[in-house]
Design a protein around this ligand. Structure first.
Ligand SMILES: C[S@@+](CC[C@H](N)C(=O)[O-])C[C@H]1O[C@@H](n2cnc3c(N)ncnc32)[C@H](O)[C@@H]1O
Length: 323
């Protein structure tokens, strides 16, 4: 999108300050909360918030509240974003200031990942019980089956497979299925479950949702069930999941609608308190899929958690890439 000279000056002014440039560089890695930015920058919350306000007013960053936390991310698809990318691209890779910030960010992300891995390892055996704390799993699973109708995918890939529930629910209708998870403890239980379900053509692998190592367009159905809200960069996970979808295939995301159960961060390692339709549909669209809402399943009491099912479809005439 082309900018007027006045807009360009406003954007350059907003970005033309050391802390604000550092913030833009940090947000180019992933969305971050204000508190995380304060920790990395070593500055007080009022100061960081003032910088963020200026960046938001210039349209360079977007603010999104998530429960009691407030996150920021770089705005996408604007002329301002083009200028930011250009400016960041001019800075040498080994720049000492930005490198120190990136190292700090990696340390924080590492702490988060360790806490989450420890949580999943601790809870692997109890996971199916914990899953049912939220809403009726039977209802969710029957909504998933309804949304899929008669579809019989050649290859089903389940990302963040956990104890293998999606594989046992859907593996029977797929030609082959593959589950990836970072937690060996979860994979061990999933192996037992898929064995009990008699799913011979089902493979379980240790793998990362952000870098699956699978070829483009390999899958007819990819499921991401109750995984996104744990992740530091859910948009990147959606992009990687979408990359795997072949022509006519479907990415199905099952997660929570925005909610206020703050204790889930502390006690259950949730990072995001749900996702809006707008956010998920935007990510699906950015990944070249046609997004839609398959189901909205509130709790019976109307309080607590609403489960959403979203799907993104790859056009049937989409050309597979040469990769
Ligand atoms: C809440 S469990 C959901 C498991 C399963 N999809 C289900 O609904 O029962 C989240 C799973 O995501 C896995 N996970 C978290 N981060 C991951 C990552 N970066 N790559 C792959 N799996 C991940 C965890 O190990 C855990 O098994």
């Amino acid at each position: 999108m082309a900018l007027s000279s006045g807009q360009a000056v406003e954007i350059l002014r907003a970005a033309g300050e050391t802390t604000r440039l550092r913030i833009l560089a940090l947000l180019s890695h992933e969305e971050l909360s204000v508190l995380e930015l304060c920790r990395i920058l070593g500055q007080s919350q009022p100061r960081v918030s003032r910088h963020l306000k200026l960046l938001a007013e210039a349209g360079l960053v977007e603010r999104f509240p998530d429960g009691a936390w407030v996150f920021y991310r770089l705005t996408v698809g604007t002329g301002g974003r083009g200028l930011v990318d250009l400016a960041l691209g001019l800075i040498a890779d080994g720049d000492a200031v930005l490198k120190k910030d990136a190292d700090q960010l990696a340390a924080i992300a590492g702490e988060r990942a360790e806490a989450a891995a420890a949580y999943f390892a601790r809870n692997a055996a109890r996971w199916d019980e914990i899953r049912s704390l939220y809403v009726s799993e039977t209802e969710v699973e029957s909504a998933i089956l309804d949304a899929l109708g008669e579809e019989q995918p050649g290859l089903l890939v389940d990302l963040g497979a956990g104890t293998g529930r999606m594989l046992t629910l859907l593996g029977g209708r797929a030609g082959r299925s593959l589950g990836l998870d970072l937690s060996q403890q979860m994979l061990n239980i999933a192996r037992m479950h898929v064995g009990e379900a008699g799913l011979a053509a089902c493979e379980l692998r240790h793998g990362d949702i952000f870098a699956t190592g699978l070829p483009d367009g390999v899958a007819d159905l990819v499921t991401v069930h109750q995984v996104l809200h744990y992740l530091n960069d859910p948009a990147a996970a959606v992009a990687e999941a979408a990359r795997l979808i072949g022509p006519g295939g479907r990415l199905m995301i099952i997660d929570f609608a925005p909610h206020r159960l703050e204790y889930l961060r502390e006690q259950h390692q949730h990072r995001r308190l749900g996702f809006s339709d707008e956010e998920i549909l935007r990510w699906l669209d950015a990944a070249g899929l046609e997004g839609g809402i398959d189901a909205t399943l509130p709790t019976a009491s109307g309080e607590g958690l609403t489960v959403k099912i979203w799907s993104g479809r790859r056009a049937a005439d989409h050309k597979r890439s040469a990769a």
